[in-house]
Design a protein around this ligand. Structure first.
Ligand SMILES: Cc1cc2nc3c(=O)[nH]c(=O)nc-3n(C[C@H](O)[C@H](O)[C@H](O)COP(=O)(O)OP(=O)(O)OC[C@H]3O[C@@H](n4cnc5c(N)ncnc54)[C@H](O)[C@@H]3O)c2cc1C
Length: 394
């Protein structure tokens, strides 16, 4: 802690996004504290692959590279995907993205959440410039002209010139500073599991749209696929009750048997889906990032990629202000971050929402649009390049 008795920045929440921001700022010489209620569950190579995986865009793996964690993540377990193939149950259009067309070796990587979290956590623990408070929660906060103060559940208090909330979709801190969200409940659940397939996954991320549902098959390093099957709540409840053979038969049919017969290899679990957008990202000496600021439908696999872009943008704005000898926690500085990221995140959230609505519909006029939309995107080079670049985080 500085001689003034306060940190430069306190990051609340050490999920993937908060931990990445804390490391990025510490490496730039900021005095950082992190508050987290629970350390991540340990990751071990001999354990079953974590059921939660994410598709990381090159913008995210690039950040992890700069934070010196990417090499050890890849060495532990990760799977590059070189192609993405999207098609629809109701219409003939298909959409293909190939890394080779863009002169790249991969479109992105599939990595276990727990592996990323543990690797970042170890870096936090090993960084002498970071004060890690765990287990700890914030119970109250207030700001004055110089600082924001946080009261922790063990009675201690911490002060910082800036507090960043990265405490996830249910962010307690967001509520404490009075930031409200706009929510849309999709009344859907995403069922996740790892399955074996008769045919190889070809290092391809596969996605099929069906009426009211989407299925993604994401390639795993051991040859299996991680599925994300988003279906209405009541359908999810039914699918979760099926035995393995029945579930795999239904999954195979819904996936058009694109990779042949499917065999269960893990249990299944499900996550409720919603869109949630914070109406603002700022309060005095306070900023929101990651899922605390925006939750999007997982159909495009972009949630954490957007959050990591928040972390990059905020770090850039803070470093620039400090280097120019300006107050890095002043509202005018934080506005630069908010302007850049809120429009980008809102655009993404509403685009995924629109795709979800179009493809969820069984109405004939909309169904007619589905194939046409996919076919058009596939034919129009610039539009496809634009979508590929967005997926890659550029
Ligand atoms: C089924 C599914 C599939 C997905 N697939 C993808 C994908 O392929 N690609 C992708 O980019 N995204 C994907 N996502 C989204 C992605 O998982 C999230 O966007 C990401 O985990 C958010 O990270 P975060 O660090 O912002 O929040 P979180 O991961 O929620 O982390 C928040 C942290 O804050 C801590 N915390 C909570 N409360 C407090 C408190 N009161 N005080 C202090 N700390 C607190 C928590 O313990 C946690 O460590 C998917 C989501 C789902 C549901």
């Amino acid at each position: 802690m500085s001689r003034r008795g306060m940190h430069d920045v306190v990051v609340v929440g050490a999920g993937m996004v908060g931990a990445a921001l804390a490391l990025a700022l510490a490496r730039e010489g900021f005095d950082v504290a992190v508050i987290e209620p629970r350390a991540p569950a340990p990751w071990r190579v001999e354990d079953e692959v974590d059921l939660r995986v994410v598709a990381l865009a090159p913008s995210s793996t690039g950040l992890f590279g700069r934070l010196d964690v990417w090499k050890s993540i890849v060495a532990a377990r990760a799977c590059a995907y070189r192609r993405m193939h999207v098609w629809d149950a109701l219409a003939p259009g298909e959409l293909d993205f190939d890394a080779a067309d863009r002169g790249e070796s991969a479109l992105g990587w599939i990595v276990e959440n727990r592996l990323i979290q543990q690797t970042l956590w170890q870096s936090l623990q090993n960084d002498a410039r970071i004060a890690l408070h765990c287990p700890a929660r914030v119970t109250a906060t207030e700001a004055d002209a110089q600082r924001r103060t946080l009261v922790l559940d063990d009675g201690r208090s911490l002060s910082a010139r800036l507090v960043v909330a990265a405490d996830g979709a249910e962010s307690a801190l967001r509520g404490m500073v009075g930031i409200v969200t706009q929510d849309r409940d999709y009344a859907q659940r995403a069922i996740v599991a790892h399955v074996a397939t008769e045919r190889p996954h070809e290092s391809t991320a596969w996605q099929r749209f069906l009426p009211g549902a989407t299925i993604a098959f994401l390639p795993l390093a051991d040859g299996r696929s991680s599925i994300v099957w988003s279906v209405p709540d009541n359908e999810a409840a039914r699918l979760l009750m099926l035995d393995d053979a029945q579930f795999c038969a239904e999954l195979g049919a819904a996936f058009d048997f694109r990779l042949g017969v499917i065999t269960a290899t893990t249990s299944r679990t499900a996550f409720p889906l919603r869109m949630r957008v914070a109406e603002r990202y700022l309060a005095p000496r306070f900023a929101l990032i990651g899922d605390a600021a925006h939750v999007v439908h997982p159909l495009a696999g972009q949630g954490v990629n957007l959050g990591l872009r928040d972390a990059v943008e905020l770090a850039v704005v803070l470093v620039d202000a400090r280097d120019a000898k300006r107050d890095f926690s002043a509202e005018s500085t934080l506005r630069q971050f908010e302007r850049g990221r809120r429009s980008d995140n809102a655009l993404a959230a509403h685009a995924f929402d629109a795709i979800q609505r179009t493809f969820a519909s069984e109405l004939v006029p909309l169904a007619g649009l589905r194939g046409a939309a996919l076919a058009a995107v596939n034919r129009i080079g610039p539009l496809k390049n634009f979508l590929a670049a967005r997926a890659a985080g550029r």
